[in-house]
Design a protein around this ligand. Structure first.
Ligand SMILES: *[C@@H]1O[C@H](CO)[C@@H](O)[C@H](O)[C@H]1NC(C)=O
Ligand SMILES: *[C@@H]1O[C@H](CO)[C@@H](O)[C@H](O)[C@H]1NC(C)=O
Ligand SMILES: *[C@@H]1O[C@H](CO)[C@@H](O)[C@H](O)[C@H]1NC(C)=O
Length: 260
């Protein structure tokens, strides 16, 4: 592993790591180490490449389109919308087992959103490895530092559920970027691809989604949840606490489309 290269200063795109991130060493170790080393090895390559560039890479979202699997499994963004922001979400999917229920039921989700627009625009592969690697670092660490460990992507929003159980994204929380907010309704859901990274407990990735606005500000209209990592509920309620909410950690990318 080439961890030391991470210390190289990369002027743009928030690719450098914050000091001494801690790792979830107690979880499934081989997978963790693989996810983290894949990320850092690719990062090292990108750092080398960027040194040869005369100018910093552009963070232009106008040329960025959804990855192939999203294009084949979800409807396209509605005509006339532009890609406004891409965030990596890191948080928990919440579930509960009602008395007598066979399967867990979703009660909500909470995630912090980190600005990954530039990372995805310049290296989609690095961004998806970062989603996987980020899950291997304790959630509270990213919350304390307000940077997505093991990168230094900054907070651009928060995601949670409204009282009515609708997914809500607030992109007005950062003092730097005010982009509005959106309460979504599910339009289409697609099972995560076979190759999707599993979560900390070995659970499958939550589905990819297209959400459309029920309510919004800032012109936000549609949200895609793609490149999911982990987060799904256990298959059954057997052995789970009854009537008490439990959390399954996940990471994902959220792509926000807006009226120009
Ligand atoms: C995200 O970060 C990039 C630089 O990495 C910056 O150019 C952009 O303004 C930031 N905000 C949004 C909303 O993309
Ligand atoms: C879900 O879990 C988070 C902890 O990650 C918690 O803060 C939140 O209140 C929980 N409940 C709902 C309904 O999202
Ligand atoms: C999803 O959006 C498409 C248009 O992109 C629309 O035709 C379809 O009715 C929507 N489905 C649901 C369940 O909202």
């Amino acid at each position: 592993m080439r961890f030391s290269l991470v210390a190289s200063t990369l002027a743009t795109c928030a690719w450098a790591a914050p000091p001494f991130p801690r790792i979830n060493v107690l979880d499934t170790i081989p997978n963790n180490i693989r996810a983290i080393s894949d990320y850092f090895n690719l990062l090292a390559t990108k750092v080398q490449e960027s040194k040869k560039l005369a100018a910093p890479p552009a963070c232009d979202l106008s040329q960025v389109s959804l990855p192939e699997y999203a294009r084949s499994s979800l409807p396209p963004p509605s005509p006339g919308l532009v890609l406004k922001h891409i965030a990596i979400g890191r948080g928990t999917q919440n579930y509960t087992c009602d008395p007598g229920a066979e399967k867990p039921r979703q009660t909500g989700a909470v995630a912090t959103l980190f600005n990954a627009s530039c990372t995805v625009a310049t290296s989609p592969e690095l961004a998806s490895l970062l989603g996987h690697a980020a899950l291997q670092f304790p959630l509270h660490q990213s919350l304390e530092t307000q940077r997505l460990a093991p990168s230094n992507l900054a907070v651009s929003g928060v995601h949670f559920f409204t009282k009515d159980g609708a997914p809500w994204f607030d992109l007005d929380v950062s003092p730097l970027w005010k982009m509005g907010g959106i309460v979504g309704a599910k339009n289409t859901s697609a099972q995560a691809p076979e190759t999707a990274a599993k979560g900390l407990g070995g659970e499958p990735a939550v589905p990819w989604l297209k959400l459309v606005a029920k309510e919004s500000t800032g012109g936000l209209q549609e949200v895609y949840r793609i490149e999911t990592v982990g987060g799904s509920a256990p298959q059954t309620c057997s052995g789970m606490p009854i009537g008490r909410e439990f959390q399954v950690e996940y990471a994902t990318q959220y792509w926000f489309y807006a009226k120009p």
